[in-house]
Design a protein around this ligand. Structure first.
Ligand code: NAP
Length: 522
């Protein structure tokens, strides 16, 4: 049986007790086990802070960007191997595995380019300088400097490669050492990624550590200059945010949590038009990609009263074509959920939503998967519900079912009501709006954009280029207010700023500007 190892204090650590089994979700075979027992977490932090941090901070942005590029290339070179591993270890289809891996290498190479463009400096400018008194000599300005601590990344199970890489890219470019902790159920993929980077000696010692298994007392040891970036459920986020040491030290905590994203079809969209088609295409993909285990998946679909029956029928038609089963079979287009717990939670979640909505597709229970043994595998059919009273369907707006599950609801066709209903989630990552009418879109913006972190506009002129609302691009921020965690990652340099500290400077203009010039990116 394969035992996952952690990489700490410059060495591989293999535990000898306390193992959690990792299971192939299509076959239910145990494929590996993981434990972090025996890790010296205080020593791990010290090593990262004292070895990794200074080594990274000695490198300029250009030099750090070269590391990112080498990491991206090394992972890309093992793409086939990692895809195979992902299929077995997470139940991803080939397409879904590529989505995770190409997302990882693409984000790394994006940040490599960004770092390259920053040049040979160590601090980042933040706006223009400003005269502070009557004298032109007394001058002020802001810069970002690297934090002196460690970036601890706690990731969700659904993106074992991308989740690791997107966070690491930003932190490493900022000059912070990383301790990455993947969700245990799919940690085999992250472990292999880190193994490749260690084998190829791509990073300075202490710049990247890996914890497979629980975090032990690691998070209780974080302090003032550290960063905790967490992706996972709102319940875990609440627990971690409240850790007394983090509160006492004012440690920076970034949270990406649950999100009940909405797709809105505007009243100007005619059935069978290009915008109608792109709405159906996107929503179907956002329900089924990665078996709906995506923080950006569409959970709520708002359609004007007069179009709802037609839209529901068209969505059902598309979702019925999905072949659920073992992704090793090429006919399969959607894999299982990642774990038994995810399946049980999704089934319980559908039952909860069914208290306020009716199921119009799917049975709300486990099914046998194509190409899998009867009774084996965590398979769930695409499930569509309909709630005709969105105003009172509190659970539909608040309870995230992390699977191929979405609810279609009517609205009166006004942007005001679309945004009011969208906002009932009290904070989400992304809202997609399908409309060719500027007025509708403008009013959505004026009405708070439904408390979303990102608006994705689907319209006729870009129909061919739309990648889907669930794609998280490094150029745009990823995160959402309220229930979605209130965090912000990526978004170009904004994602790097998370790992740096804004510093206000004031003093003699010429001295100050020369000091900054020396350290600043070219
Ligand atoms: P989870 O149970 O909260 O776990 C997330 C991570 O936290 C895992 O690595 C887990 O490790 C770790 N963890 C759990 N309890 C912990 C504790 N007490 N101390 C330290 N670490 C702890 O969430 P999940 O079920 O893996 O992920 C699904 C959820 O993530 C969904 O609700 C989804 O919306 C959300 N998500 C959000 C985003 C986003 O970007 N907003 C992206 C993906 C997923 P173990 O696996 O070892 O328990």
């Amino acid at each position: 049986m394969k035992r996952l190892r952690s990489h700490v204090m410059g060495n591989w650590h293999e535990a000898d007790a306390g193992f959690t089994p990792l299971v192939n979700p299509s076959t239910e075979e145990t494929i590996a086990e993981a434990s972090s027992a025996g890790i010296d977490f205080a020593g791990t932090l010290r090593f990262a802070r004292e070895r990794g941090g200074p080594a990274l901070r000695e490198l300029s942005f250009t030099e750090r960007s070269e590391i990112l590029l080498r990491i991206s290339k090394a992972l890309h070179a093992r793409r086939e191997e990692l895809i195979e591993l992902s299929i077995a270890a997470s139940g991803a289809t080939r397409k879904d595995a590529k989505f995770d891996l190409d997302g990882a290498t693409g984000t790394l190479s994006y940040y490599a380019q960004l770092g390259h463009d920053l040049g040979a400096g160590y601090v980042l400018p933040d706006g223009e300088g400003v005269q502070l008194t009557r004298s032109a000599r007394f001058w002020g300005r802001h810069v970002f400097v690297s934090r002196l601590g460690v970036a601890v990344h706690v990731n969700a199970f659904n993106f074992p490669a991308w989740g690791f890489a997107e966070k690491a890219a930003c932190a490493l470019l900022a000059g912070m050492p990383v301790i990455t902790k993947p969700a245990t159920s799919t940690a085999a993929i992250t472990e292999r990624c880190v193994e490749i980077l260690v084998e190829e000696k791509l990073l300075p010692s202490g710049a990247l550590s890996l914890i497979c298994g629980s975090t032990g007392d690691l998070l209780k040891l974080l302090g003032v200059e550290d960063v905790l970036a967490f992706t996972g459920s709102a319940a875990t986020a609440r627990e971690l945010r409240g850790l007394p040491n983090l509160l006492a030290a004012g440690t920076r905590v970034n949270v990406e949590a649950d999100s009940l994203n909405a797709a809105i079809l505007a009243a100007d969209v005619e059935p069978e038009s290009e915008t109608w088609d792109v709405f159906l295409r996107d929503v179907t993909r956002e329900i089924t990609q990665k078996s709906g285990q995506k923080c950006t998946a569409v959970r709520r679909i708002f359609v004007p009263h007069e179009l709802i029956d037609r839209a529901e029928e068209a969505l059902r038609d598309r979702l019925e074509q999905v072949v659920v089963g073992n992704p090793t079979d090429p006919k399969v287009t959607m894999g299982p959920l990642a774990t038994r717990r995810q399946l049980d939670d999704a089934i319980a979640g559908i039952a909860k939503l069914a208290g306020q909505a009716r199921i119009v597709l799917g049975a709300g229970k486990r099914i046998d998967g194509f190409g899998s043994d009867p009774g084996k595998g965590y398979f769930l059919a695409p499930t569509l519900l309909r709630a005709d009273q969105p105003q009172t369907a509190e659970d539909v707006h608040r309870h995230e079912v992390f699977g191929p599950v979405s609810t279609v609801m009517p609205y009166d066709g006004t942007p005001r009501q679309a945004m009011d209903f969208t906002g009932m989630a009290r904070g989400s990552l992304v809202t997609s709006i399908y409309s060719d009418e500027l007025d509708f879109l403008e009013k959505c913006l004026l009405n708070g954009a439904g408390l979303s972190g990102r608006l994705y506009l689907g319209s006729r002129k870009v129909a061919e280029q739309l990648p889907g609302s669930g794609i998280v691009l490094p150029q745009l921020t990823h995160g959402g207010p309220g229930h979605a965690g209130g965090g912000e990652e990526l978004g170009g340099l904004r994602g790097v700023h998370l790992y740096m500290r804004r510093l206000a400077l004031s003093g003699d203009r010429s001295l100050l500007e020369r000091m900054v010039e020396e350290a600043e990116a070219e």
